[in-house]
Design a binder for this molecule. Sequence first.
Ligand code: PEP
Length: 246
Amino acid sequence: MRLIAANWKMNKTVAETEDYLTKFLKILGTPEDREVLICPPFTALYVAGRILKDTPIKIGAQNCHYEEKGAFTGEISIPMIKEVGCSYVIVGHSERRHIFGESDEVINRKLVACLERGVRPILCVGERIEDREAGMTFKVVETQIRLALSGIEGLTDLLDVAYEPVWAIGTGVPAKPEDAVTVHRFIKDLLKEINPKSEGRTRVLYGGSVNPENAPEFMKHKEVDGLLVGGASLDPEAFAKIVNSF
Ligand code: PEP
């Protein structure tokens, strides 16, 4: 099933989350032919989990730590996010990589921990503008994926990948759908090479300035298994339109 995911980033209080989800459920109904995922900030996960409990809409965290518990001030573990209802977690978002200096090694440890503890990670990859201008898009994406999957090559069916060119995130300038499709094809071929026994369950999502107007342009391509939406997911009407864009 195709997956449409909302990444709220550091937006929305508990009260705002309640308000959003009440509206969103009314507008959206309960779609059964597509998977809908909302990733609120940690503080709103509990209330989101309660509101969405008996609906098909899933919740996910935007980050996690790879250890189960201990002296890691300010961090949140996988058992903690699972307890409040998360079945997904975004790992290696470009803001984590480039603002908080998250390395490929840390991202790999997080993926390993997610798979061990039974939460489905969405691994984010994507090139910066200077990589693209230097013709390095494929090399950067390949390196990020190979390092992220180190030691868990046989488990690719248990995760999804989001291709998010860094220059397209939050800029209002999305990738051209044909360019994104080329990278999606590359990622799918690479995943097949990395895990020849895979059952092809890894979805490759596109992310980067998706809105209700351009979403159908991405979703009409069979290589695009879904979307990861930041800014436009903050408005329940806009996000519902994106969910219904195919
Ligand atoms: C994101 O945060 O993953 C994202 C794609 O953001 P935006 O849709 O705002 O570009």
